[in-house]
Design a protein around this ligand. Structure first.
Ligand SMILES: Nc1ncnc2c1ncn2[C@@H]1O[C@H](COP(=O)(O)OP(=O)(O)O)[C@@H](O)[C@H]1O
Ligand SMILES: O=c1ccn([C@@H]2O[C@H](COP(=O)(O)OP(=O)(O)O)[C@@H](O)[C@H]2O)c(=O)[nH]1
Length: 269
């Protein structure tokens, strides 16, 4: 029997699939708590205006980078940063940093959601992203290693790769309407077998509390049930650029470069 199928059967027997129950029991109160708490200075920054986006989409380029756990989103983003001077913001990394921040009132909650492979209430993640974008825009533009050009950052402009976000419909709608409308979505597709193999390899060195068999299966399930509807929502808007990720890192990147250059050119027409 394939490894993945075997793991799924074993986990289904062991836990009787309690994931969604746990989530629905907690999500409302935690979301309320997070929404209330973001008013405080813990995750500081101006409050998001309900009416108009915080950032001007004619100046700011936001590429959402989506795909299943371990598909290679972070790996490809690093390469794009080198070549094009994007600012790479990984929603997962921002959450893990907040989780580890001494005194964070969200630390325990974030840890629980990540272990369960569930999506942290949007208020927390969006505020972290918004603050990180503002921070990047207030600094000197990045100069990419492979080019001295600051193209894309002149006159208060900015280019962001937002990696691993949005993973749930509410996040997609809130970010697009209240923070900045995304330019396009770079979506990496791959089988679960390949993603599992990559994650088990990463697990040897990542130190991540969700790079284990049980959490990985929960993350796969959340991806299929909660995050794929986001990809399909953007597909209907013709905003998705899909790249097959089962090739080598450089093989995938060759396709990514073509796709990104084409989509950026279309934005600037
Ligand atoms: N195309 C690829 N082929 C083989 N291994 C890859 C490929 N892309 C990424 N990896 C490896 O797979 C693991 C997961 O990649 P990562 O970029 O962290 O994924 P994600 O950000 O989507 O979770 C890492 O150990 C990475 O080095
Ligand atoms: O917008 C986001 C992005 C990530 N996560 C959480 O962070 C985990 C790890 O996400 P990351 O993108 O770092 O890793 P991946 O699962 O893609 O390997 C996810 O399973 C979620 O629990 C979240 O709640 N909201």
């Amino acid at each position: 029997m394939p490894v993945l199928q075997e793991m799924k059967q074993a986990t289904a027997k062991a836990d009787g699939n309690p994931t969604e129950v746990t989530a629905s029991q907690h999500v409302t109160s935690i979301a309320d708590q997070a929404a209330a708490a973001t008013q405080s200075t813990t995750i500081s920054g101006n409050e998001t205006e309900a009416a108009s986006p915080v950032f001007d989409k004619s100046k700011i380029t936001v590429i959402f980078v989506l795909g299943g756990p371990g598909v290679g989103k972070g790996t490809q983003c690093e390469k794009l940063v080198q070549d094009y001077g994007f600012v790479h913001l990984s929603a997962g990394d921002l959450l893990r940093a907040e989780q580890a921040r001494p005194g964070s009132e969200f630390g325990e909650m974030i840890s629980r959601y990540i272990r369960e492979g569930l999506i942290v209430p949007q208020e927390v993640t969006i505020k972290l992203l918004e603050n990180a974008m503002r921070d990047a825009l207030s600094k000197e533009p990045p100069v990419s290693a492979n080019s001295s050009s600051r193209e894309g950052w002149e006159g208060g402009r900015g280019r962001f790769l937002i990696d691993g976000f949005p993973r749930k419909m509410d996040q997609a709608v809130t970010f697009d309407t209240q923070v900045c409308e995304s330019t396009f979505i770079l979506f990496f597709s791959c089988t679960e077998e390949v993603m599992l193999e990559r994650l088990m390899e990463r697990a040897k060195t990542s130190g991540r509390e969700d790079d284990n068999q049980e959490s990985i299966l929960k993350r796969f399930r959340t991806f299929t049930e909660t995050s794929m509807p986001v990809v399909n929502y953007y597909r209907e808007q013709n905003k998705v650029v899909e790249v097959d990720a089962k090739d080598t890192i450089d093989g995938v990147y060759a396709k990514v470069k073509v796709a990104v250059e084409k989509s950026l050119a279309a934005k600037h027409q």
